[in-house]
Design a protein around this ligand. Structure first.
Ligand code: ZN
Ligand code: ZN
Length: 476
């Protein structure tokens, strides 16, 4: 439905000029004096002055190509091209075609091809960097143009007909969601049926040179060209928008990544929120937990399995990696084995002795023995109910110790994978795990379980040494 009231439609009959440096179109009575997009602090001013092209000149300089990249999803792009060079997408649905983003210029043949596909009923774009030549689509097909008013200042060459607030579903199954962040009106498009997110510049990928549909890294930024990070609240907003959207592919205006979806986007954001936001690319492999093949089990400490535990203590193994407790535990077991077992799993009224000899209350938690048919070690979860915070003497939510003769078999990795769901059941959405900076084996255990680096802190017991911190999400 058109607004039906255009008192000054003549403004849209002015000729259009495109900036060679960035690809931003302006309608003007003469060649524009400058380009506001280049002057914006997210982009750069051309080094040797502005150059503008008319539509005919741009069509000659920037040949237009198209391809059906996924069934019913068409990409239009220019190559060679100067400027930012975004792609345009046409998404076919049973209820009509939607255009999202614009390429720098459409050839007449490209527009004819869109007409042959049924034209365009709705048009939108993530943000001004990806407007391209939206105006050509509006002139030719007169679709509803849905843009968020947060970016209205950039849409002078266009006629917005369908402004929206947080969410708009302009065609059944296609959802526009305001993310803001990169631009005040930055919007992503979610295709429910295809489980694809057209994410604008909310995310950025580096592609595998051998496979242009496969991303190697992912990043998020306020300004890619300038390397400016987003703020924590902007990232939290991205997270709120992405979390309910079940997408397995992510398409920016530049990359059509089929191997990165919601899990990777949330892992990237969670990693930044756990430390501080940055604009650097993060390897997708480092964000994905590998599938851990489990051959061990976690068992509750019990009298019938106690002999294996005793044998490990007698061999000098200590379940506490910061303090050798083998001697005192052996004494306790000889005194009253059942009370010793209760002491492992209970926390009410119990204390633990720190390395300096002081006693502190034991935190609530769970203790398991790692079992492959014989005793292999122990792993425990400890936490303060209702918070992710931990007292200073506890380095992380999880601690484990494998007996020396069962090491090198991946048991710690498996035990961690089994304990993470226990942490979730205990109400922890994520857990903090630490390892000594020089402990490469322990670091691999954490990374294999999806640990996301969260900085470092001074080692509590070893001067000059550091502990590395990682967060592991318990919700996938
Ligand atoms: Zn420009
Ligand atoms: Zn952008």
């Amino acid at each position: 439905m058109s607004p039906g009231y255009l008192p000054f439609a003549g403004a849209l009959r002015l000729p259009a000029f495109v900036c060679d440096n960035c690809g931003y179109w302006q309608r003007h009575f003469a060649v524009p004096p400058s380009c506001p997009m280049c002057l914006d602090s997210r982009h750069v001013v051309p080094q040797t002055g502005w150059q503008f092209w008319t539509r005919e000149e741009a069509q000659t300089r920037w040949p237009c190509h198209w391809a059906e990249v996924e069934p019913g999803v068409w990409r239009f792009w220019n190559d060679p091209v100067t400027g930012i060079g975004p792609s345009a997408y046409l998404i076919q649905t049973p209820d009509g075609n939607m255009g999202f983003e614009g390429c720098p210029v459409f050839s007449e043949a490209a527009l004819d091809h869109i007409a042959s596909l049924g034209g365009m009923q709705v048009l939108a774009a993530s943000h001004p960097h990806a407007y391209g030549a939206l105006w050509q689509l509006q002139d030719r097909f007169d679709p509803e143009l849905a843009l968020h008013p947060g970016d209205l200042e950039w849409s002078g060459a266009l006629q917005v007909s369908w402004p929206f607030d947080e969410v708009l579903e302009p065609l059944p199954g296609l959802e526009l969601h305001l993310t803001a962040g990169h631009f005040a009106g930055h919007t992503v498009l979610f295709d429910r049926a295809r489980r694809m997110l057209f994410c604008g510049d909310a995310l950025k990928f580096e592609l595998d040179p051998a496979d242009p549909r496969r991303a190697l890294t992912i990043s998020a930024h306020k300004a890619f060209v300038r390397g400016i990070p987003l703020t924590p609240s902007e990232l939290r907003r991205y997270r709120e928008v992405f979390a309910p959207l079940d997408f397995v592919q992510t398409w920016t205006p530049f990359e059509q990544a089929r191997n990165s979806g919601r899990a990777e986007a949330l892992a990237l954001i969670d990693g930044m929120l756990a430390t501080r936001p940055h604009a650097a690319p993060v390897s997708l492999d480092s964000l994905r937990p590998v599938q851990v093949v489990v051959t061990i089990s976690l068992v509750e400490p019990s009298l019938d399995r106690l002999p294996g535990y005793v044998a490990a203590l007698e061999a000098g193994w200590s379940p506490n990696s910061t303090r050798d407790v083998s001697g005192e535990q052996l004494a306790a077991i000889r005194g009253d084995p059942e009370d010793f077992l209760r002491g492992l799993v209970e926390h009410e009224g119990r204390t633990v002795t720190l390395a300096d000899g002081s006693k502190v209350p034991r935190l609530p938690g769970r203790v398991f023995w790692i079992w492959d048919g014989a005793f292999c070690g122990s792993i425990n979860l400890r936490f303060v109910p209702g918070t992710l915070d931990l007292p200073p003497h506890v380095s992380g939510h999880l601690g484990y110790a494998v007996v020396p003769w069962k090491r090198g078999r991946g048991y710690a990795t498996q035990a961690l994978a089994l304990l993470v769901p226990v942490a979730r059941e205990s109400g922890l959405p994520r857990v903090l795990v630490t390892c000594d900076e020089g402990n490469a084996a322990s670091r691999r255990v954490i990374e294999a379980n999806g640990g996301i680096p969260a900085g470092r802190k001074p080692h509590p017991d070893q001067d000059g040494e550091s502990k590395l911190l990682f967060w592991i999400s318990t919700t996938g």
